[in-house]
Design a protein around this ligand. Sequence first.
Ligand code: NAD
Ligand code: DAU
Length: 351
Amino acid sequence: MKTVLVTGGLGFIGSNFIRLLLKDFSDYKVINLDAVTYAGNPENLKELESDIHYHFVHGDIGNRQLIDTLLAQEKPDIIVNFAAESHVDRSISGPAAFIETNIVGTFTQLEAFRSYCSAGNRCRFLQVSTDEVYGSLGAEGYFTETTPYSPNSPYAASKASADHLVRAYHHTYKLDTLITNCSNNYGPYQFPEKLIPLMISNALEGRSLPVYGDGKNVRDWLYVEDHCRALELVMRAADPGQTYNIGGHNEMENIALVRLLCNSLDRRLGPLPDQRPRTELITFVGDRQGHDQRYAIDAEKIKHDLNWEPQTNLAKGMEMTIDWYLDNQEWLKQVRDGSYQKYYHEMYDQR
Ligand code: NAD
Ligand code: DAU
């Protein structure tokens, strides 16, 4: 059995990752450390509460004492750091939490990790990062692992800063660290502040669909399970100090993506009650400040070294995602009206 300390495992990608480790593999035990911010939802992993290979710990990655205690007690073989403030728009309106969690929180974990390793423990640290550290592309080209960092938003800058620390801990202290830089994920359990779940949620309720600027910004979409499989491979098989880009080969302009979602919902549910197609809900709004034009990943290195390729194309992944949101409207409702946080308080505050 390998013990994996996952941080941020109640969020979107972390919860999908833990589910994958415990459902598709038999040799992992998972400790999930999560601060349960607005983005952390215990409902995301409710089905694992009685799994003997799963243990939830409520706490902050910035709490050094807690991390030291967890490392000493649980003796993890691998730490996978998902915990972060992850939404670009929030980083523009309030960057402080991004500095605290994404930079200082990663630094705190690295210091605890350094001390744990220097006491003779063998452990690796996987930093789950983003393609946004590379900045923005024009119409041509792809991000590779050697593209210089050029982050544009406070979110991207905070992730870039953390990546540099992780890299430096490998170079300086010879610690076994890894970094992955992934493109835009989508799929089940994504918080409806991000483009795809926000559009599905609003389109279901007949609300307007706010598209920033001219809608021609391009993102490279990756189905979350494909990302999680890549992370499992990297943490298991990559050489120490490696960095890998992970992407979907699924580039699309935002406006085309939103139209695709509208058309799919119309096909399944019929038009809106007033007979309009859902595309009529699309509203062009003011652009995001400093909005990156295009992201696209060259994922050749992970294909070559670890034989990873995405399995889910955008059409299939989008249908599965829409299915999930239609089947889980209660989850969506509780997140939208805030009652999922009440569930959290009932669950954890009384312990
Ligand atoms: P998310 O916002 O859905 O989840 C973040 C989780 O971290 C939540 O459960 C939250 O409670 C927890 N958390 C936040 N601050 C914490 C703290 N101080 N201590 C402990 N836990 C804390 O994020 P996500 O979309 O699942 O992204 C996970 C990671 O993957 C992030 O590091 C993000 O930068 C990276 N990433 C995301 C994407 C994407 O498309 N979503 C793409 C590439 C990389
Ligand atoms: O590329 C990886 C990154 O992808 C991750 O590191 C981030 O954590 C994740 O949030 C995501 O960042 P983006 O800013 O690309 O994702 P978001 O869903 O916020 O926006 C996707 C695109 O859609 C972007 O061009 C902005 C646009 N958009 C977004 C929202 C929320 C809109 O046009 N309208 C919206 O309401």
